[in-house]
Ligand binder design. Structure first.
Ligand SMILES: [Zn+2]
Length: 380
């Protein structure tokens, strides 16, 4: 017996918006959404030979009329944004998406524009780092930044905030220093002020002021019952992979101070087993595979086997990390469902689980956990 999940709804706990002109991209612009590389030569000469990219094109031919990559680019340019996005997201049964709107905000559709394009509920995840950067630039002292932090993080805009997210893994990496002394946070803040005296931009990186304010933001998230997503593993062109290992976060999860905060480890590749272990021992830690599923789609079933190796199914969430073009959300969603179906069907065939347990695990991962964790009940 096979578990068919192709029509099961998926609530995407980790995604981004679409580029304003996402249908007008040329071939390289389109390929770029399926690679973590910033190298133009890699994108022009190699991405088309990556198995995940070839598989994505093959799957896409089932619902879009094209033969070659060039024909696809031409076909997309004639479509309406809304018609094209709905066709893909309907095909993958994406029912709602939690959007981090802090990624390249000026080149992306706003949440309201995305709502219109995709025709389904969209919720907001607040990216912490750009807010810390703006506060450091605008405030005269650490105390002033601390005072304004909550109102800046939870600023009511057009869409309901359902969580926060940190990209600390890509800003100096883990661990996050839990023992920053006030004096060193203040002097680090002053140093940041000095170094940005003649500029209006700041790219924050591991330092006492950053980690102090980040921990304050996590306190605020916990007090407002907002889960905090933490990028781990792959996910940014300039990360040092070994400093993005989620096991380096153990002190954070063991800390009494943050015991009421719920954390969601994002991506996790290649540290999926580490993440699975963390989810199995800390009640407040969850995980998704998101970007790993699309960029390593040839081993997607293996990634789910590893995630499920120790983590209860109630600790794993579906995510796409889709961004820029709707094909990324669609491809990660269909691949997630296929991989989960392969794994659970195999366990079912072996008698390792029964049908009810298989269905329950699939529903938990695809939509129930997300609905519960982010308090979406009644909304989707
Ligand atoms: Zn991501």
């Amino acid at each position: 017996m096979t578990l068919d999940l192709s029509d099961t709804i998926i609530i995407d706990n980790h995604a981004h918006s679409l580029l304003k002109d996402f249908l007008q991209l040329d071939t390289l612009g389109f390929r770029r959404s399926f690679s973590e590389s910033r190298s133009l030569s890699l994108i022009s000469e190699h991405v088309n030979c990556a198995l995940h990219y070839q598989n994505m094109l093959r799957e896409l031919k089932e619902i879009v009329d094209f033969e070659t990559e060039d024909e696809l680019i031409e076909h997309r340019q004639k479509m309406s944004q809304s018609e094209y996005t709905k066709r893909l997201w309907d095909d993958s049964s994406i029912g709602a998406a939690l959007i981090d709107d802090g990624f390249a905000p000026y080149s992306m559709l706003s949440l309201s524009e995305l709502d219109h394009a995709c025709g389904r509920p969209v919720f907001r995840i607040v990216r912490i780092e750009p807010i810390l950067e703006a506060l450091i630039l605008s405030c005269k002292s650490l105390a002033e930044a601390e005072k304004k932090l909550e109102s800046e993080l939870i600023r009511p805009l057009t869409h309901r905030i359902v969580g926060m997210k940190t990209i600390a893994a890509y800003r100096g990496g883990f661990p996050i220093d839990l023992n920053v002394e006030r004096r060193s946070a203040e002097s680090s803040f002053s140093e940041l002020k000095r170094s940005t005296a003649n500029t209006t931009s700041l790219r924050i990186s591991a330092c006492p002021a950053y980690h102090h304010l980040l921990l304050c933001a996590i306190d605020i998230a916990a007090a407002n019952d907002l889960p905090v997503q933490i990028h781990t593993g792959i996910g940014d062109g300039d990360l040092d992979l070994h400093t993005a290992n989620p096991s380096l976060l153990s002190p954070l999860f063991k800390s009494k101070r943050f015991s009421t905060c719920k954390f969601v480890l994002l991506h996790c590749f290649p540290y999926v087993r580490e993440a699975s272990y963390l989810c199995s021992v800390f009640a407040n830690v969850y995980m998704d595979l998101s970007l790993s599923i699309s960029l390593a789609s040839s081993i997607a079933p293996q990634l789910f086997r590893e995630a499920l190796s120790m983590a209860p199914a109630t600790k794993i969430l579906a995510g796409t990390d889709g961004h820029s073009v709707p094909e990324t959300h669609w491809y990660a969603a269909i691949t997630t469902k296929k991989a989960l179906s392969v794994v659970l069907s195999q366990y079912l065939a072996e008698g390792y689980i029964d049908l009810a347990e298989g269905n329950q695990a699939a529903e938990s991962i695809l939509f129930r956990n997300c609905r519960q964790l982010y308090n979406l009940e009644g909304l989707v």
